[in-house]
Design a protein around this ligand. Structure first.
Ligand SMILES: NC(=O)c1ccc[n+]([C@@H]2O[C@H](COP(=O)([O-])OP(=O)(O)OC[C@H]3O[C@@H](n4cnc5c(N)ncnc54)[C@H](O)[C@@H]3O)[C@@H](O)[C@H]2O)c1
Length: 255
């Protein structure tokens, strides 16, 4: 029996990238999944491939109405007990290039979207006797980089909101954790125009000197969704090839 047998989940941004990998592993582990995304074509194709375990719902995470639709779709599949707040966009602009509109645009999707999601599923998770919310933050929710002021602000916010929500929801047996991927080979990382080999090159001084794969993060998310993580809440789970540990210094002795 799969680790997620009997569970119903919503995965935002589930049409491609890490969201798609998360949907696939969750279905393999026995879950039913609502694939929620603004990208209709790949989302519908994935839902068709994995039917009847999945349905696709067009949703923009910034819309409370769309959230209500996703929760209603989940109720058709089963008793909702897992939310993966994965949808996000990235923006690489210096602080001086970032307009107020840019800043608020990314805050609405990456930050408000996660907030609305946690609000939208609370009653359903409570009615299910508990559940697991997994908020996808980033290595940039632990540290940051030049050009990521706005993105990083949202990813630190996700990490912070995760802790507050964990403290509020724990008494209902709802766990809330954040996942922090490093560089992962998806469209957000330029996978559509960059080879794996070129992507690996960015990470030559990392403990694991290669780019990460979407399924390597999805595996962490699936663990958090499962009952195996029953005593983990309010915590950060990092899958970054060791990025947050530091960098290998070429000038210093090495093994
Ligand atoms: N790829 C990386 O290197 C990396 C590193 C750290 C963290 N992350 C995080 O991992 C998560 C997944 O990223 P990915 O690399 O798979 O990116 P991706 O761009 O491949 O996928 C993101 C998905 O989110 C969807 N989306 C965007 N805006 C939306 C909205 N308003 N409503 C609903 N869906 C929306 C997109 O359509 C897409 O399907 C994101 O939270 C991202 O910030 C990615």
């Amino acid at each position: 029996m799969g680790r997620l047998q009997g569970k119903t989940a919503i995965v935002t941004g589930g049409a491609r990238g890490m969201g798609e990998a998360t949907v696939r592993i969750m279905v393999e582990e026995g879950a039913k999944v609502v694939i929620a995304d603004v990208l209709d074509e790949p989302g519908q194709a994935l839902a068709k491939e994995l039917a009847p375990a999945t349905v696709f719902v067009h949703m923009d995470v910034t819309s409370a109405d769309d959230w209500r639709g996703a929760v209603a779709a989940a109720a058709q599949l089963g008793s909702l007990s897992v939310l993966v707040n994965n949808a996000a966009i990235v923006m690489q602009k210096t602080i001086m290039e970032t307009t107020e509109e840019d800043f608020m645009h990314i805050v609405r999707i990456n930050q408000l979207g996660v907030f609305l999601g946690m609000q939208a599923v609370f009653e359903a998770l409570k009615a299910s006797g508990g559940g697991s919310i997994i908020n996808v933050s980033s290595i940039d929710g632990l540290q940051s980089k030049n050009s990521l002021t706005a993105y990083s602000a949202t990813k630190w916010a996700v990490r912070g909101m995760t802790k507050a929500a964990a403290l509020e929801m724990g008494k209902y047996n709802i766990r809330v954790n954040s996942v922090h991927p490093g560089g992962i080979y998806t469209a957000m990382h330029g996978a559509e125009f960059m080879s794996r080999e070129d992507a690996d090159g960015f990470y030559k001084n990392h403990a694991l000197p290669r780019v990460g794969l979407p399924q390597e993060v999805a595996a962490v998310t699936a663990f958090l969704a499962s009952d195996e993580a029953s005593y983990s809440t309010g915590s950060e789970f990092i899958a970054d090839g060791g990025w947050n540990a530091g960098l290998v210094e070429d000038a210093l002795p090495q093994l």
